[in-house]
Design a protein around this ligand. Sequence first.
Ligand code: ADP
Length: 351
Amino acid sequence: MSLLTLDALSLRYTPSGTAAVDGLSLSVEPGEVVALLGPSGCGKTTTLRLVAGFERPGAGTLTLDGRVLVGPGAFVPPEQRSVGMVFQDYALFPHLSVLENVTFGLSKLSRREAEDKARAMLTLFGLGEFASRMPHSLSGGQQQRVALSRALAPGPRVLLLDEPFSSLDSGLRASTRIEVRRVLKSLGATVVLVTHDQGEAMAFADRLAVMRAGKVEQVGTPESVYSAPRTAFVAYFLGGTNLLPGMGFGGGARTVLGNLPVMGQAKGKVLLSLRPESLRLVPDTDSVAVGGALRAEVLSREFQGPSAEYTVACGGMELVVRGAPELSLRPGDRARLEIVGKAGVLADSPD
Ligand code: ADP
């Protein structure tokens, strides 16, 4: 059985305004890390706040470990929910030491027990020797791990993380993410995090819930959502894509680029998503024309470190192609375009 269930939750901040969360349903399994991912304003933080109990939904039910937290006639206040939360700015108490920050939520324990528990949690996060330091003397990454220790020390059933890595610089972000995931997994923590960063969500979460306009558009493992986006919105949000209409004939579809293999089945008029890495550019140095080859003209090139992204004109369309950065193609050059991957069949209308 799922540990946390959000069932048709809705919330409007103003009676006449649009719903910030609009009939949202989602289940989270014990020990799972789920990322709410989506553009700014799609309702991620509001969803997190509904789970924490800082907002009251207009409709819907919220269940944690078999207990109804919110539902018709029920509203359990935040402090009785067994939910831990780490805010984007960490919100540590500046006048308390690291140890005092972590023992703060352990008032039911004796002082000795609380300190032992807090020290154990700090040690787990590699902060054992910082217990007597004040928060301002720590780096951003260390402060974040203190905030995590504080939230986890009381043993919440669910941990909520609001953009947990966004305040860290990019070098520190990747290493902190790996370390934090390792500790959370070792504790078997159930986690819901909010992020607008798709790379972060894919690296950190076991499952993604891609949100749009207060609803969940698609849920699945990062691999499944990336490789088989259900809609153009999801495909664009997770790494960009090329959209092209086609006429399906089972395992493939006819398009302006010729017959493309598709994932699954395509029937009738369909809209296809072809990832930039499913296309390959080959410099067209041969003077001899290759029969049936797709001809493309490079319009622009954007260097991205491990790869380069090319925009090309081909078949009357502009397409984005990921290629090796050492490829010597520049705007104005001609190239051959090869299809090296399968297209995804989207649920969107092709018209
Ligand atoms: P996200 O976290 O995805 O950026 P939010 O949950 O913060 O989205 O916001 C969802 C929508 O609700 C947005 O349109 C936002 O402007 C609105 N909103 C958020 N908080 C409030 C508030 N306290 N009062 C009124 N509107 C709000």
